[in-house]
Unconditional design. Structure first.
Length: 178
């Protein structure tokens, strides 16, 4: 008979039905064992006890302040915004003429890019041909044939360096013909 263990403390045992794999178990000290709360609300963790909050005897105070629309002081914000005068002022479009004028004359509408603007990637660096700079991978020289040549340096297994010269046009043709 195989070795077996008798659990004396709370434990969790996970094993497959066919006994193909070795079972996994965890034995807890009495105070560490997780407790499953089946009365937990839906979509809440059943391992965390639901907190019960006491109803405080304090009543939530109303927000007092000054209405910049009506230019009046109020003691209760929720009641003030329901008043007829406040709602009528908000519905009247003539009260917003100065704001509309400010928005229409601001620079926000003319923030579109000019027509000749062409967005470019910050990593793309175009070098004009007339600048005399070398293009990447091509050696510039008076000899036209040499300027279209790529140089590959190869390291052999014996340790001596070899250098192969391949014509650029021939190299591209070989790559795309495959």
């Amino acid at each position: 008979m195989k070795n077996y263990k008798v659990f004396k403390k709370p434990y969790i045992l996970i094993e497959d039905c066919k006994n193909k794999y070795q079972p996994f178990y965890k034995e807890y000290a009495n105070s560490e064992a997780p407790k499953l709360h089946l009365d937990s609300p839906t979509l809440c963790c059943p391992f965390q006890a639901t907190k019960k909050y006491k109803q405080s005897g304090k009543r939530r105070h109303t927000r007092e302040g000054f209405c910049e629309v009506c230019y009046v002081r109020f003691s209760n914000y929720e009641e003030h915004i329901k008043e007829f005068e406040h709602r009528e002022f908000a519905k009247d479009n003539s009260n917003y003429k100065k704001l509309d004028t400010f928005i229409s004359t601001s620079a926000f509408e003319s923030a579109s890019p000019p027509e000749e603007y062409t967005p470019q990637s910050p990593t793309l660096k175009l070098t004009p041909v007339s600048s005399g700079r070398n293009q990447v991978g091509v050696h510039c020289d008076d000899n036209e044939k040499y300027s279209q040549t790529l140089h590959f340096s190869l390291v052999s297994t014996e340790g001596d360096l070899g250098q192969d010269v391949v014509l650029f046009d021939h190299f591209i043709a070989e790559v795309f013909d495959k």
